[in-house]
Ligand binder design. Structure first.
Ligand SMILES: NC(=O)c1ccc[n+]([C@@H]2O[C@H](COP(=O)([O-])OP(=O)(O)OC[C@H]3O[C@@H](n4cnc5c(N)ncnc54)[C@H](OP(=O)(O)O)[C@@H]3O)[C@@H](O)[C@H]2O)c1
Length: 275
């Protein structure tokens, strides 16, 4: 049975490098990307480099639940198992944007879309010998506050909202590890490093300037993908379900926000929000 990994946001940045790394290790790849205009050329590039492998592309805006549901249906219709799910796509908006489902867009993209996708694909992951779910978070989770996930502040602050969404990635991972006890599936979260990618290039003014200024000091995309690839493949990750990794090593979490109680509450609310 060939190994299959699904990566969201695989058309560019850390996601694209993760796809390359996993193809090099013999995986087939399912790319789940927001735009066909960017996804199809990225798929061609991957197949050009790895002509012997299979790469499938699905267009899916994670900030649209109908897209996510349709994608789950199509993937379940085509594949009989899934070994690795990398919830990698991420986004932050300059100004507040509300999705048609009524959620703040950064939160829906980074967490709710991935929550729905993961729930829809759990059965396929259970058919793998050892399924792995990898949630790409960020050290920005340290700016996050759990209470704002349940009751967003009235005043929009993009980095606060991003920190909250990345905190949700970590808390979701803790919830997954608990729910998946007794199965062969493990879940991990990670910070990839400060990576020279397209992240934040949609932002304007001071923040955009700051990103350009620090860009020479950022790590490469290859380095940025290393922890995702490690968690997807290494036997050393086994038994560490629920943990948060930096440079492929587990790191202690800030305990105040990342409790099992918060994980259980986020799980219940996420189920409610994604219906
Ligand atoms: N770069 C860093 O320093 C850094 C640090 C910590 C954590 N991270 C995390 O690493 C992950 C990857 O980011 P990156 O640095 O590789 O950034 P990137 O180059 O901007 O890539 C982000 C990916 O997410 C996709 N995406 C955004 N909104 C989406 C949506 N609604 N539906 C589906 N896909 C969507 C983008 O698609 P489009 O190309 O169509 O926009 C792109 O493929 C993110 O979760 C980010 O939070 C990055």
């Amino acid at each position: 049975m060939n190994k299959i990994a699904l990566i969201t946001g695989a058309n560019t940045g850390i996601g694209f490098e993760t796809a390359k790394g996993l193809l090099a290790q013999g995986f087939d790849i399912i790319m789940v990307c927001r735009s066909a205009g960017k996804g199809e050329p990225a798929k061609k590039k991957l197949l050009f480099k790895f002509p012997e492998r299979k790469v499938d592309f699905y267009r899916c805006d994670l900030a649209n639940f109908d897209h996510v549901r349709k994608t789950i249906e199509l993937i379940k219709g085509k594949f009989d198992h899934l070994d690795v799910l990398v919830n990698n796509a991420g986004y932050v908006t300059e100004k507040v944007e509300i999705t048609k489902e009524g959620h703040e867009k950064t939160f829906q993209t980074c967490h709710l879309g991935h929550f729905l996708l993961t729930m829809g694909l759990i059965d396929l992951l259970k058919k793998s010998e050892q399924g792995r779910i990898i949630n790409v978070s960020s050290m920005a989770y340290k700016m996050g506050k759990f209470e704002r996930l349940l009751k967003p502040s009235k005043k929009y602050n993009k980095w606060q909202v991003y920190g909250d969404a990345k905190l949700a990635n970590i808390i979701f991972t803790i919830g997954l590890a608990e729910k998946l006890q007794g199965t062969d599936i493990e879940a991990y979260s990670l910070h990839p490093g400060v990576v020279k990618s397209g992240f934040g290039h949609n932002l304007k003014g001071f923040t955009r300037g700051l990103i350009s200024l620090f860009s020479p000091f950022m790590i490469s995309l290859e380095k940025g993908a290393e922890t995702s690839i490690f968690l997807a493949t290494s036997p050393k990750a086994k038994g560490k379900s629920g943990q948060y990794f930096v440079k492929s090593v587990p790191e202690q979490l800030n305990g105040k926000e990342t409790t099992i109680e918060n994980a259980q509450l986020l799980w219940t609310k996420s189920k409610e929000w994604t219906d």
